[in-house]
Design a protein. Sequence first.
Length: 194
Amino acid sequence: MKYKNLAHTIKEVAGSVGFTRTYKNLDSAIKDIMNPKTAEPIERHTKDQVSAGTYKTRNFEMSPEAQIYFSKIPKTVDANYIEKSAIFHDRLYGILRKVRTTGTADEDDVRDAEDNIEKIRQLKRFLPDVPDPEHLDKELDDIKSYVGKKGSPTAVPPAWETGEIAKDLDIDQKKFPYNRSKKMDRKIKISDDD
C-alpha cells in the first residue's frame, strides 16, 4: 500500500475491514473500525420465530417481548442454556395460546405456567450476561386473568342445536354408484328435484 495521504489510507483500511468507504474524519473512521455495526438490522416482526441452538420455536408470535429478549442475548453465552430457556419459553407461550384460544384457564394451566417461569428463572443463574426476563410476569398475569371464565362457545351447526337432525333430501351417492372416469363424467347428468 503506497502512502498518498492520511484520508486515502484510512479509506483503504476501512474498506479492507469491510466497512463503507465514506470517510468523514479520523474520529468517525476509528469508531467504525473499533465498534462495528451489524450489516443487517435484526428484524422484529410479531410472526417471527426464534432459533436457539438446535431448537426452533413454534409459539413465539404470542410475545414480541420474548423475541426482542432473545435477540439481545450476547453471542458469548452458552448455547445449551439458551436452548433450554427457549424450550421453556415456548411451552409457556403454548399455554398462553391455548388459554387465549379457548377463553378459559384452569389451575393446571396456571401451575404449568408457573413451573415453566420458575425453570426459566433458574436457568438465568447460569446466564449472568443475559438481561432479566421481565416479560414473564405479564404473561403469567394474562393466563391468570382467564381462570374461572367461561370459555367461548364452539361453533355448532344449527341443526344439531335442536336435538333432531334434518333429513338429507339430496341424492345419496351410495344408492347410485358410478365409475369416475372422464368418459363417464361426460355421460352422467344428475338432476336434483328436491
